[in-house]
Design a binder for this molecule. Structure first.
Ligand SMILES: [Zn+2]
Length: 122
């Protein structure tokens, strides 16, 4: 978590509304309040839903409950998922002089197409 996020979190108050519902308000901006539902992993500002990463409102609630914010990250952001993805072996490849030759013509890249109009200055 960045230090900027800690600065934002220190300016946010959190109050428990019941079950896993919380009301979060910015101390600097009067009237700016958001509802955080920890069970549904939703915040009324919708930034948690857009990024899937707990935003400062959710992190304030998570810290209020003395929970770990990393437990609310989706599994695709975890290091263990990354390691599991790249766990399988990537087979080595021989150089082109050992490749099997075919009777077909080599595949070459397409010819460069000159677009109409005046060329751009660099
Ligand atoms: Zn929010």
């Amino acid at each position: 978590m960045s230090s900027g996020c800690f600065l934002i979190i220190s300016c946010i108050q959190c109050s428990w509304s019941g079950q896993q519902l919380f009301e979060v308000s910015h101390t600097a901006m009067i009237g700016e309040k958001y509802v955080v539902d920890l069970d549904k992993q939703e915040c009324s500002c919708r930034k948690w839903a857009i990024t899937s990463i707990p935003y400062c409102h959710a992190i304030t609630v998570i810290r209020f409950l003395n929970l770990n914010a990393e437990d609310y990250l989706p599994h695709w952001f975890l290091k263990s998922t990354y390691e599991e993805t790249y766990l399988s072996l990537i087979y080595p490849v021989n150089g082109p002089h050992l490749w099997e030759m075919t009777s077909y013509a080599d595949v070459l890249p397409p010819a460069k197409r000159v677009l109409p109009g005046r060329p751009k200055k660099k």
